[in-house]
Ligand binder design. Structure first.
Ligand SMILES: NC(=O)c1ccc[n+]([C@@H]2O[C@H](COP(=O)([O-])OP(=O)(O)OC[C@H]3O[C@@H](n4cnc5c(N)ncnc54)[C@H](O)[C@@H]3O)[C@@H](O)[C@H]2O)c1
Length: 269
């Protein structure tokens, strides 16, 4: 069997849209998430879009669940051609307010979940000379205020992806990392942070996106097809990244003034 893709966090948001985008091309999909109802809905939409596949409950914190998922892909599909490490959660709060438990939770899902996904599926990707698509965030490149644990986890995903890009070239496994800015999904449901005000601020940022999860999935599809490593779906994100590379101090100053404004707003509430 050819054209087989696995997606973590496929029960909602971007994971579901990526599933629908590849389904339109008739791919076979292995869909995993911690939400069984989310997975059933995604599989229904995948079938409507022209694809097919199976679902498997998988918490990306648990390596044995990921290796079991890889085994299922081998048994049902005979292997895998693309893996998408997409599962993730949101968090916020100034560094002084975040607990070490907040850090452990964030790193375990958003960073180690990706490390474990890559490791569990590497043997299958070596067979297929497949592709890895890791979902990071513009947070990885910009380090916005009041989300240091999220920033670090996502910067780790970019560093991991760069490391794999270099190491896996000889095995002909291609690597892509996606850094979207905020966009509307159910990400806020998983939000963990010290104050409800912070959650409300993140909610407003998600709503402000000019593009949807579906637009982002299509952009990823096209850029992966072109062999692009660093994929920045938001136009504003591409512009900000250019500024950061040329004049990082300008971004530090902007982020510091954003932090001041957020503190002032939190005090006023
Ligand atoms: N929405 C945004 O603004 C935004 C911006 C940049 C990056 N991202 C990233 O996009 C990815 C997808 O997020 P989304 O916005 O679609 O959010 P979402 O909440 O709609 O979807 C995330 C999915 O991941 C699943 N999930 C959570 N913890 C899991 C775990 N431990 N194991 C397996 N699955 C788990 C959830 O059940 C959910 O179905 C995440 O990695 C997120 O960090 C989102």
């Amino acid at each position: 069997m050819q054209n087989r893709i696995m997606i973590t966090g496929a029960g909602s948001g971007l994971g579901r849209e990526i599933a629908r985008r590849w389904a339109r091309e008739g791919w076979h999909l292995a869909l995993s998430d911690v939400s069984d109802s989310g997975l059933q809905e995604t599989l229904k939409q995948v079938r409507e879009a022209g694809g097919d596949g199976f679902t498997q409950r998988c918490d990306v914190r648990d390596y044995s669940q990921l290796t079991a998922f890889a085994q299922a892909c081998e048994q049902k599909f005979g292997g895998i051609d693309i893996i998408v490490n997409n599962a993730g959660v949101a968090s916020g709060g100034f560094f002084g307010e975040l607990s070490l438990e907040d850090w452990d939770w964030q790193i375990a899902i958003n960073l180690m979940g990706v490390v474990k996904g890559c490791k569990a599926f590497l043997p299958l990707l070596e067979q297929s000379k497949g592709k890895i698509i890791n979902i990071a965030s513009m947070a990885a490149l910009m380090q916005g205020p009041a989300m240091s644990n999220y920033n670090v986890a996502k910067a780790g995903v970019v560093a991991l992806s760069e490391s794999l890009l270099v190491e896996l070239r000889q095995q002909e496994i291609s690597v892509h990392v996606v850094c979207p800015s905020f966009f509307q999904t159910n990400l806020l449901d998983s939000f963990r942070g010290p104050t409800p005000a912070m959650k409300a601020q993140v909610g407003k940022l998600l709503e402000s996106s000019p593009i949807s999860a579906s637009d982002i999935a299509s952009y990823i599809f096209d850029e992966v097809g072109k062999g692009q490593f660093l994929i920045l779906p938001h136009e504003q994100g591409r512009a900000a990244w250019q500024v950061k590379q040329q004049n990082p101090q300008a971004i530090y100053d902007e982020m510091a003034s954003m932090a001041d404004k957020m503190r002032a707003k939190a005090k006023a509430e």
